[in-house]
Design a binder for this molecule. Structure first.
Ligand SMILES: C[S@@+](CC[C@H](N)C(=O)[O-])C[C@H]1O[C@@H](n2cnc3c(N)ncnc32)[C@H](O)[C@@H]1O
Length: 135
């Protein structure tokens, strides 16, 4: 759903289809295997030890609506997330997308900023993850 270092977005198509109805991603990051194709329809359990990743998934799964996500501010090159009145977890989510492929959320919007498009994609696909669990 969002840009993250080491993401399997491009190679998820080469992974085998799930054999069982439960998918556990033990190092989930941006969970591209669970999001690939129809995999999202399974019982999905995400795990990540990085509290920032955990809190983004917790926010998207258990709290955010599509309207909440769409109401987050657009970001233009040079903008700082701290200049906007949004929650910490919203800053984390935006922070990964304003400097694509980062291992930590960034504060300042770089040239490679996918956020304005990503937020529309997240809002459109949010329904797919509402039954997921993150630990
Ligand atoms: C390269 S990323 C995973 C990318 C993911 N497959 C995707 O498609 O976006 C690796 C993730 O593993 C997490 N991680 C590293 N060691 C871990 C551990 N011992 N337990 C749980 N998560 C861990 C990191 O925090 C990071 O989010």
């Amino acid at each position: 759903m969002w840009s993250y270092y080491g993401t399997k977005k491009r190679i998820a198509k080469h992974y085998p289809n799930p054999k069982h109805s439960k998918i556990i991603e033990p190092f989930c990051g941006a969970a591209q295997y669970s999001l690939y194709g129809n995999n999202w329809k399974n019982e999905i359990i995400l795990n990540d030890k990085y509290n920032v990743i955990y809190s983004i998934w917790d926010y998207l799964i258990n709290s955010a609506t599509d309207k909440d996500v769409l109401s987050l501010p657009d970001m233009e090159q040079g903008d700082y997330v701290d200049d906007f009145n949004i929650s910490t977890v919203e800053k984390y989510l935006i922070g990964f997308c304003i400097n694509s492929g980062s291992a930590q959320p960034k504060k300042k919007t770089a040239k490679y900023n996918s956020w304005n498009k990503t937020k529309i994609d997240i809002a459109k696909n949010l329904y797919k993850i509402k039954h997921w669990v993150v630990v």
